[in-house]
Design a protein around this ligand. Structure first.
Ligand code: CP3
Length: 339
């Protein structure tokens, strides 16, 4: 069966605007919170295929989105490299910080630790409706490096920014380790059944000027080239969140097939970007919390300006405060849209 999201990604005009939401599986859904409470621990949830596949499918059952996204986390790569990782209630992820060259030397990628993720993909593929695509993902190399260096996001990644300023060669080395691990991880996801890949560069906005080129553009281009060498038919969406004026260069120079844009990107700038690559995004997640007429008007503005060769999504993930009814309303608006 035709999948409209794959049409957009290959530059075709779909029958209707495809729609999915970043963090569509998560704490705003009561069925997620139930399972999360039973599992106790977020990492166990990610690494138990029957739970992870059930959670991946929860938003599909409720809202019939055009794509499911694998339930996992970008920090599973540091975990597979042997870095200690905890998800604390109400605090988010905490990693044991990388200090220096010696802590880098200890990192050893163990693909076996990620085996449950590939089993989840196989499980999901067996139960997904035939028109729904499955998205696999990894974090952007800079973003994952920033978490590994700082341990948490609490200090706004001050240590990672210091590495970029004072220890650029060490940062290159870490990014090189992440490049090899992420290539392997994405290729295994594709072999297990992922049909689209998204790269979440959530902290792209922390780097400017030459630093953006060196640690966002260049390593992304290399990762994309390596995956495409093996799997040229698999589309890759890049999400350099808060990249501002760098979005254009990201679209032109990384080799990705589509760009996901945050809510700060204006529709005029987006229209220009769309001449370079198909886009995804950029409804403000706060409007999904608010719902009603404001959400409707903003949604229609995006559809009018960017549709139908656009993948409807948010500018960042669904937040826990979001009423599921507003998500149902949003789906109705997007599905009912006619240009
Ligand atoms: O539905 C989906 O989008 C798929 C699953 C998914 C999760 N994390 C589940 C998750 C995806 C694609 C991610 C990506 C991710 N993880 C990113 C990039 C996207 C973004 O949001 O910027 C980042 C930076 C992370 C790291 C991470 N994981 C953080 C900062 C947090 C805590 C903050 C938060 O939103 O809770 C997590 C935990 C996490 N990852 C949860 C979920 C559903 C919440 C865990 C819980 O139940 O407590």
């Amino acid at each position: 069966m035709a999948k409209p999201i794959l049409d957009v990604l290959s530059g075709k005009t779909p029958d209707r605007v495809p729609l999915w939401l970043m963090r569509q599986a998560g704490r705003y859904l009561p069925e997620y919170r139930n399972l999360r409470a039973r599992a106790g621990n977020f990492l166990d949830l990610c690494l138990t295929p029957k739970w992870a596949s059930e959670i991946t499918l929860q938003p599909i059952k409720r809202f019939d989105f055009d794509a499911a996204i694998l339930f996992a986390d970008i920090l599973l790569i540091p975990f597979a490299l042997g870095q200690k990782l905890q998800f604390r209630e109400g605090e988010g992820p905490v990693l044991e910080k990388l200090e220096d060259e010696k802590s880098l030397a200890k990192l050893q990628f163990d693909q076996k630790k990620l085996q449950p993720v590939f089993e989840t993909i196989e499980d999901v593929k067996n139960s997904l409706p035939s028109a729904t695509a499955l998205i696999g993902f990894c974090g952007g190399l800079w973003t994952v490096a920033a978490y590994m260096i700082d341990g948490t996001s609490r200090q706004n990644f001050s240590q990672a920014k210091l590495w970029a300023a004072e220890k650029p060669d060490l940062l290159d080395k870490l990014i090189g380790i992440l490049l090899d691990a992420s290539e392997n991880y994405l290729c295994r996801q594709i072999e297990a059944g992922a049909e689209i890949i998204q790269i979440f560069e959530s902290w792209a906005g922390l780097l400017t000027g030459d630093k953006f080129d060196r640690w966002v553009i260049k390593p992304t281009r290399e990762l994309v080239a390596r995956v495409k060498r093996k799997y040229p038919h698999i589309p890759i969406i890049g999400f350099p969140r808060s990249a501002g004026d760098h979005y254009r260069s990201y679209a032109e120079n990384t080799g990705i097939d589509a760009v996901s844009i945050d809510q700060q990107v204006t529709l005029d700038y987006a229209k220009e970007l769309q001449k370079i690559k198909p886009l995804q995004g950029n409804l403000d997640p706060v409007l999904l919390v608010k719902g009603g007429e404001d959400m409707r008007q903003a949604t229609l503005a995006i559809l009018d300006k960017l549709g139908p060769r656009h993948i409807f999504n948010l500018g960042h993930g669904v937040v826990p405060e979001t009423p599921p009814d507003h998500v149902a309303d949003l789906v109705k608006i997007v599905r009912g849209y006619k240009k």
